[in-house]
Design a binder for this molecule. Structure first.
Ligand SMILES: Cc1cc2nc3c(=O)[nH]c(=O)nc-3n(C[C@H](O)[C@H](O)[C@H](O)COP(=O)(O)OP(=O)(O)OC[C@H]3O[C@@H](n4cnc5c(N)ncnc54)[C@H](O)[C@@H]3O)c2cc1C
Length: 330
């Protein structure tokens, strides 16, 4: 690990100012950043420790929504009574990720910003456009079983690894930040991540020194909440394909709400409102499911080893819609 300066801060403005200079990084739970530093994939010259900031609270908002401090751990968020009662999809997504020990350290902001698990990103003797811009992407013709089929480019096919972010995308979360100049802003999660295009090292819209302070969830959604995660092992493995869903229907069985967000298949947490619209107002029949899957996957591109994800995603979508349609009260 390279040497670095360390600064612990106690206010959000100190934090964003301290990290304003190029080469600085915030450290929260450290469960991703420290691994990357040990491998010298990330080499910050200064670490700004934000763990003492007063950002560990979860507040209920007037509209029934939630405002989550960035330092709320994944364990505390999953176990919070309001999350279990009103946002079970989020609780389930969190509990499907990592291990208990990691979730006790991992934070809300850190989870959103965790880096990809692409093999070549970690393999420092390989080229990788995300790690080293313009060096190439051996994954496209190499080991790509775990990698993305949607949102990819000729420069990068690395998947976004987070489970929590998939549920946040489904729920239309908003990310609140504080910039180094003291300004604050709210960014919808839809606008937060960047597709790789020809700059895969730029993964989100944050500026240097911009601190995530909170994540806000709109009022809860009625209906069946589920998070299905297909992976190589039953626990402690990243998603091959995952799907967060909230589905509601009327007394005749007609689907009135369909929200679907996917993990493991996109270069960012993936949601396609046009695919959802194919199911709203239907009885969730085979034709509607096929139309939704065709819409979702129309631009999907396998790279060889990960071609199976196209078929698997269809199956996961079908399984969830059929379950919602056959579940009483969903
Ligand atoms: C073995 C293993 C298995 C895992 N399995 C899964 C899994 O199945 N599913 C899953 O979703 N995740 C999994 N993870 C990843 C884990 O969830 C993340 O490492 C964790 O959520 C990161 O949170 P952290 O607080 O530790 O972030 P850190 O490591 O502290 O930081 C991560 C990044 O976020 C930045 N950052 C942190 N907080 C802020 C902030 N407030 N504002 C701006 N920038 C910030 C840091 O600078 C850094 O770039 C796994 C990790 C490991 C090691």
């Amino acid at each position: 690990m390279r040497q670095f300066e360390y600064q612990r801060v106690s206010t959000t403005s100190d934090a964003s100012q301290a990290a304003a200079h190029h080469g600085s990084a915030f450290i929260a739970g450290g469960t991703n950043l420290l691994d990357l530093m040990k491998l010298e994939i990330e080499t910050p010259i200064k670490l700004v420790d934000i763990t003492r900031l007063e950002l560990q609270q979860i507040e209920t908002l007037e509209d029934g929504g939630l405002r989550i401090g960035t330092l709320v751990t994944n364990s505390d968020l999953a176990a919070h009574p309001a999350v279990i009662a009103n946002y079970p999809v989020l609780s389930r997504a969190l509990l499907a990720g990592a291990s208990g020990q990691l979730r006790n350290k991992a934070t809300t902001g850190g989870n959103l910003l965790q880096r990809t698990r692409c093999y070549y990103f970690y393999q420092t003797d390989s080229a990788c456009n995300k790690r080293e811009p313009d060096s190439g992407c051996p994954a496209i013709e190499g080991e790509n079983r775990a990698l993305a089929i949607l949102g990819t480019s000729d420069s990068c096919i690395a998947q976004h690894p987070s489970d929590m972010a998939v549920a946040m995308r489904l729920l239309d979360a908003t990310i609140e930040t504080q910039k180094a100049n003291g300004d604050t802003r709210s960014i919808t999660i839809k606008d937060f991540y960047r597709l790789p295009e020809d700059s895969p090292h730029k993964e989100n819209v944050l500026e240097p020194g911009e601190l995530i302070t909170h994540v806000t969830l709109p009022a809860p959604l009625k209906g069946m909440h589920t998070y299905d995660k297909v992976r190589d092992r039953a626990s402690y493995a990243f998603a091959l394909v995952s799907c967060a869903a909230v589905i509601d229907k009327d007394e005749t069985g007609k689907l009135t709400t369909v929200r679907l967000a996917f993990g493991g298949i996109g270069t960012e947490p993936w949601r396609d409102e046009a695919a959802e619209a194919c199911l709203v107002g239907t009885m969730g029949d085979k034709d509607a499911i096929n139309k939704a899957a065709d819409t979702l996957l129309k631009d999907a591109k396998g790279s060889g080893q990960n071609d199976f994800k196209i078929v698997l995603t269809r199956r996961v979508l079908k399984q969830i819609i059929e379950r919602a349609c056959s579940t009483q009260g969903a």
